[in-house]
Design a protein around this ligand. Structure first.
Ligand code: CS2
Ligand code: MG
Length: 404
């Protein structure tokens, strides 16, 4: 079997997604997700200019060899653009292999290790009462676990919290020029334990509560927050310090038993080396799309398993349904699955991608269709072209640019 066509599809049914479609001489197709939120076109160029011409004529069954060819063969290794591009190829090849076998991908990864996948959803509010309402909505939707983020008194716009304009209409957080949010770490550190206290008081001790600090704290600030949250038993504190410095987590870990989750911006096992071998974290947050595909993510998950670290793939809407489907197959197979982030997709996104995965009673399942189980409607995709859309930036009150 040979690859005879490789096409990159960019579509924006609400937000931008980049998809690679490979076709074999037998007429089989495979899809892979290459979406890098806010930097989408760099991956389109990497794929179209430097990768797809090399794929024509290759045997699609040689997944590991193709991965090494694209990773080692380029000489320049790692980085989000490279690894998103390689991920798309890797997933498209797994999709084809599983279709040839007539099996859902998880069967090729060892088969189901569980019946269904626990998820968490996002709750947010500009103040505590609005957050409590949002938690209620997520629970009514069936989510068994909830990430809580709230506005901080004195700040106008904070990560993870929706904003509205003067007429009450929702302001999309992705814009043609980045929105500017504001930040004050002391105010956040005072407010966040109070937010947890209010949610625990309302929903009791049993509900798993997660929180994302989005890389904004120094190690000693993160240690303080971890300690202050201990009475409320968070499921995890995510990305408490900037992700580049693995050693920072040593200090945090020494001071708190609050579980730590890290890794949505990582793209290589080497980003995790110290974190995993020194057991500085409890959850690895990488997903297929930004980590070079199913092939390397499986290796990371197995590595993490030796240290009793569990998996929790990144899963906001900016992972396309193709990337989400691939992650769900891996989630179902690996022994150390922890939880899957899932914020759902718009109805139009479901029409463009037509995924066969299901979300029932707060749990996902990748479905049993051969391959990864996603069909792309290319005509509908073409009707919704790319639009420039950037993530916000974040400034301290004196104007200094801070982590977003
Ligand atoms: C986040 C994301 O889901 C998460 O945990 O940190 O919302 C993140 O901000 C976006 O994926 C950025 O593209
Ligand atoms: Mg996050």
């Amino acid at each position: 079997m040979k690859i005879v066509d490789a096409k990159v599809v960019v579509t924006s049914p609400g937000r931008n997604f980049v998809t690679l479609k490979l076709t074999t001489d037998d007429g089989l197709t495979g899809l892979g997700d290459a979406t890098l939120n806010g930097r989408e076109l760099s991956v389109v160029s990497y794929l179209s200019d430097h990768v797809t011409p090399l794929l024509i004529g290759l045997d699609p069954h040689r997944i590991e060899d193709t991965w090494q060819y694209l990773y080692r063969g380029a000489y320049w290794r790692r980085g989000p653009v490279t690894m998103a591009a390689i991920a798309a190829v890797d997933v498209a090849l797994w999709d084809i292999k599983a279709k040839v076998a007539g099996l859902p991908l998880y069967q090729l990864l060892g088969g189901a290790g569980r019946d269904r996948l626990r998820t968490y959803g996002h709750a947010d509010g500009r103040d505590i009462p609005e957050l409590l309402d949002s938690v209620r909505t997520r629970l009514a939707e069936g989510y068994p676990a909830v990430r809580i983020q709230s506005g901080v008194p004195g700040l106008k716009a904070v990560y993870g919290v929706h904003t509205t304009d003067a007429h009450g209409a929702a302001v999309p957080h992705q814009q043609a020029r980045p929105l500017v949010e504001d930040w004050d770490t002391d105010a956040y550190l005072r407010h966040t334990p109070a937010m947890f206290e209010a949610v625990r008081a309302e929903f009791g001790p049993g509900l798993p509560l997660l929180h994302d600090a989005h890389h904004r704290l120094t190690p000693i600030q993160a240690a303080r927050l971890g300690k202050d949250l201990e009475p409320y038993r968070p499921f995890w504190l995510e990305d408490c310090t900037p992700a580049e410095n693995q050693e920072a987590l040593r200090l945090v870990r020494r001071h708190t038993t609050t579980p730590l989750a890290v890794g949505e911006v990582f793209n290589s096992v080497f980003d995790y080396q110290t974190l995993v071998t020194e057991q500085l974290i409890d959850y690895v947050r990488s997903t297929v799309t930004h980590f070079g595909g199913v092939t390397p993510l499986r290796k990371l998950f197995d590595f993490a398993a030796q240290y009793q670290i569990r998996t929790a793939p990144h899963g906001p809407e900016d992972i396309s349904p193709v990337g989400m489907a691939a992650a769900l197959h891996l989630d179902l197979a690996v022994h150390n699955f922890g939880i899957q982030e899932y914020s759902g997709y718009t109805p139009l996104t479901h029409e463009v991608f037509r995924p066969s995965f299901t979300f029932t009673d707060g749990h996902l399942h990748p479905g049993t269709a051969p391959g990864i189980g996603v069909d792309l409607d290319e005509d509908l995709a073409a009707a919704h072209p790319y639009r420039a859309a950037y993530l916000p930036v974040n400034r301290l009150q004196d104007g200094t640019l801070h982590d977003w």
